[in-house]
Design a binder for this molecule. Structure first.
Ligand SMILES: NC(=O)c1ccc[n+]([C@@H]2O[C@H](COP(=O)([O-])OP(=O)(O)OC[C@H]3O[C@@H](n4cnc5c(N)ncnc54)[C@H](OP(=O)(O)O)[C@@H]3O)[C@@H](O)[C@H]2O)c1
Length: 323
């Protein structure tokens, strides 16, 4: 089968389209004929092995342990392992796996759900990692409530476009933060207010928020906290700067250490890939409350181009690879 593989860590130049063996599904896995695969910053981190902490955490010291790139997946079930009960050959599913930039991928049953009938494969592949993250940031770490004022920093990106819609579905009043050329997009997905961070400082003190999701920008805690209400919550989701050893993790550690001693609740987030939460997202999608925003699709052989496109900050919503 054709797949996007790499032999060494590095820039997108290390990726190659090659013929490799089809994966074999284990007892708790299904074999998928991949129809589409989402692209997100995690793909870039696994490709480059940056920050170095990733390598120490078991992703491969000198080269990636899993040579095939891609995590988000949507496709059709070809065969199922002996312990799989929820899926059968022919089912259309979506979720996360290792190596989705390939014609076939093996995926754990507990990281998949049936694809919502209203979504194309391309749309479905855009959902899992970004929407899991947005859901868990709002519901679990943020404990969002109806009527709260929520600020989404990084509202135009993969996680942000889901976070805005999920916060609105929770009954919150939502302000999205993005750069100038993305203001129209962020307004179009239902935000009540949009702040263009190139012309306005959301932390200038004119407005305070019950909950801030900090998805992008790596602003220090001292810049974010003034925008919180007295008992407000800050959830640190991501941000692509930070040192080459630990990336953005330092901010989350500082937040965890500081939080017990102040009125604000400061939380980090490590999202969990569960089929239960994918079912929650499917229900919202079927109810018309959540729609993936796809900026652009690339062919499998253009995976390097797709990753560069995302990394350069061009994407409005999600970038997807279709097969
Ligand atoms: N904690 C977790 O478990 C978890 C899970 C998934 C992803 N993440 C992380 O979350 C982050 C976002 O992921 P994503 O998929 O949404 O990435 P993405 O699709 O690349 O979007 C990133 C967004 O950040 C915006 N941005 C860049 N600089 C900014 C700034 N200074 N202020 C405000 N916005 C800024 C960009 O648009 P504009 O600047 O042009 O508006 C872009 O829309 C990444 O760091 C990713 O690694 C964390």
């Amino acid at each position: 089968m054709k797949a996007i593989v790499q032999d060494t860590y590095g820039s997108a130049d290390v990726l190659a389209l090659r013929d490799i063996d089809r994966p074999v599904a284990g007892d708790n896995e299904v074999l998928l004929a991949v129809r589409a695969a989402g692209v997100d910053p995690g793909v870039w981190h696994l490709m480059t092995g940056m920050p170095y902490l990733l390598r120490v955490l078991g992703f491969g010291l000198r080269k990636p342990k899993v040579p095939t790139r891609g995590r988000d997946v949507a496709g059709r079930v070809e065969s199922v392992g002996g312990n799989v009960t929820r899926f059968k050959p022919g089912d259309e599913v979506y979720g996360a796996c290792e190596g989705s930039f390939a014609e076939y991928a093996a995926a754990r049953e507990d990281r998949l759900a049936h694809k919502p009938a209203s979504l194309t494969f391309e749309q479905a592949a855009a959902v899992p990692i970004s929407a899991w993250t947005a859901l868990q940031a709002l519901r679990d770490a943020g404990e969002v409530k109806a009527g709260q004022h929520v600020l989404v920093v990084g509202a135009a990106g993969g996680v942000g476009t889901f976070a805005v819609q999920l916060a609105k579905a929770s009954g919150a009043e939502v302000t999205g933060v993005c750069s100038t050329t993305k203001v129209d997009l962020v307004r179009s997905i239902g935000t009540d207010h949009v702040i263009d961070y190139t012309v306005e400082d959301f932390a200038a003190g004119t407005r305070r928020y019950d909950l801030i999701l900090d998805i992008a920008g790596n602003r220090p805690l001292s810049r974010l906290r003034p925008a919180l209400t007295a008992k407000g919550t800050l959830v640190i989701v991501g941000g692509e700067a930070g040192g080459k050893w630990t990336g953005g993790i330092g901010r989350s550690l500082r937040a965890a250490l500081l939080s017990p001693f102040i009125g604000h609740r400061l939380r980090g987030l490590i999202s969990k890939e569960t089929s239960a939460d994918l079912e929650v997202l499917s229900a919202l999608i079927e109810a018309g409350e959540l729609t993936p925003v796809i900026e652009r699709s690339f062919r499998l052989g253009e995976a390097a181009k797709a990753i560069r496109h995302l990394k350069e900050g061009n994407a409005r919503g999600k970038v997807v690879i279709t097969l």
